[in-house]
Design a protein around this ligand. Structure first.
Ligand code: PLP
Length: 398
């Protein structure tokens, strides 16, 4: 089949092969522990779900305005204002079908053929694909655990060329859990302003932060919205992945462009999801309580997973995450002729132990694998115990 140049470079998500094998093993009755999932294992808080249900019962199910219903844009702007202490304009908010669509809008609007976009690795799996969909080129910057899996101005400057138009930052990071400090972000923001590089700052995990109530936002360190797009949404903080509700925040001028693009693609996010999100973003007391409760569970699990590794698989290096809900572990020590890369390793691990992880290759870091801690502690401990046993058996054979 002859497909268009638009999609020829797009590869299926790196999680698909493992997810398919998970389903196959479960169908055979195997007790699979799936630590591949990228969504909170909590229900959407009732007060949010009820607002969505009420809107349906009241018949508010027509097409919404393309950039989002007015009360939601206002509630998000108010939420940003309260969070960063700087006035935010509702006209700069564009509500999208998940944060992913906001990322697409930004990449497709800002970048095009001949442009390069800096993407620090390990990166969230969709960034390079989103850049390529705009027919621009992702330029990957490797980072190491010694650097805290973060880029600094020196690394950015070394990767810069006159073709570089953008930089995609993600703090807290999926998959590493790395969190940029205020001074690190401020340095990057002033470098980007000097080099006239757009920053797309994906802050979807901002409220899942273990050392503070939230991670620093790019908005904390910039004085203007010139060349700044912030991406966030309800999926992770409010356990609303299936509602598909995200947003971007930028200048009104650029937001209008996003809205024009969106008007030709999805016509905007679904109305019930938007009414539910009005409750999430305007009832700060209940929302904060729900987020705090989920955050403390993630923190406890983060601590216990690191402890389980020390106990059951001490030879595996775990990068200690400061946010999000993943632990990135180094697995290349176990590579061999038969297990040459992280995909083969994760497949072997799933077949041998019934534990599913996502291979690091999905995030541009083949030496690693990602564990999601969006699972009960008992499952996490059992998974690490099984991994430890399988890896010791493997080592004993070599
Ligand atoms: N950005 C990051 C870093 C993510 O991990 C995800 C989801 O896994 C998204 C964006 C997409 O979020 P949404 O489900 O709201 O589209």
């Amino acid at each position: 089949m002859r497909l268009s140049e638009n999609v020829r470079q797009i590869e299926p998500s790196g999680t698909i092969a493992i997810a398919a094998l998970c389903r196959e093993l479960r169908a055979k009755g195997r007790d699979v522990i799936d630590l591949g999932v990228g969504e909170p294992d909590f229900r959407t808080p009732d007060f949010i779900a009820e607002a969505g249900i009420t809107s349906i019962q009241q018949g508010m199910t027509q097409y919404p305005p393309v950039p989002g219903i007015a009360p939601l844009r206002a509630a998000i702007a108010k939420h940003i204002t309260a969070t960063v202490g700087k006035p935010a304009d509702p006209a700069g908010v564009v509500v999208t079908s998940g944060a992913k669509q906001a990322l697409f809008n930004a990449c497709f609007t800002l970048f095009g053929p001949g442009d390069e976009v800096l993407v620090p690795a390990p990166y969230w799996t969709s960034y390079p694909a989103l850049v390529r969909l705009a027919r621009a080129e992702p330029k990957i910057i490797e980072t190491t655990p010694e650097q805290g899996f973060k880029v600094d101005v020196n690394a950015l400057e070394a990767a810069w060329t006159p073709r570089v138009r953008g930089l995609i930052l993600n703090s807290p990071s999926n998959p590493t859990g790395a969190v940029y400090t205020r001074s690190e972000l401020a340095a990057i923001a002033s470098w980007a302003a000097k080099r006239e590089v757009w920053i797309i700052s994906d802050e979807i995990y901002m409220r899942i932060c273990f050392n503070a109530a939230r991670a620093t936002s790019l908005l904390d360190v910039v004085d203007s919205l010139d060349r700044v797009v912030v991406i966030d949404g309800a999926s992770k903080a409010y356990a609303m992945t299936g509602w598909r509700l995200g947003y971007s925040y930028t200048s009104k001028q650029l937001a209008d462009q996003f809205s024009t693009l969106q008007s030709q693609i999805t016509s905007g996010a679904s109305s019930p999801a938007q009414y539910a999100a009005v409750a999430a973003y305007s009832d700060a007391t209940r929302a904060d309580a729900a987020i705090k409760a989920m955050g403390s569970v993630f923190k406890e699990r983060r601590d216990s997973v690191l402890e389980h590794f020390r106990e059951h698989a001490p030879e595996i290096y775990c990068f200690p995450p400061d946010g999000a809900f993943y632990v990135f572990i180094r697995v290349d020590h176990y590579f061999s002729d038969v297990l040459p890369d992280s995909a083969a390793f994760c497949r072997w691990l799933l077949e041998t132990t019934d534990v599913a992880l996502v291979p690091g290759s999905a995030f541009g870091a083949d030496q690693y694998a990602r564990i999601s801690i969006a699972a009960p502690n008992t499952a996490l401990e059992e998974a690490v115990r099984r991994m430890g046993t399988a890896l010791q058996t493997m080592e004993a054979r070599v």
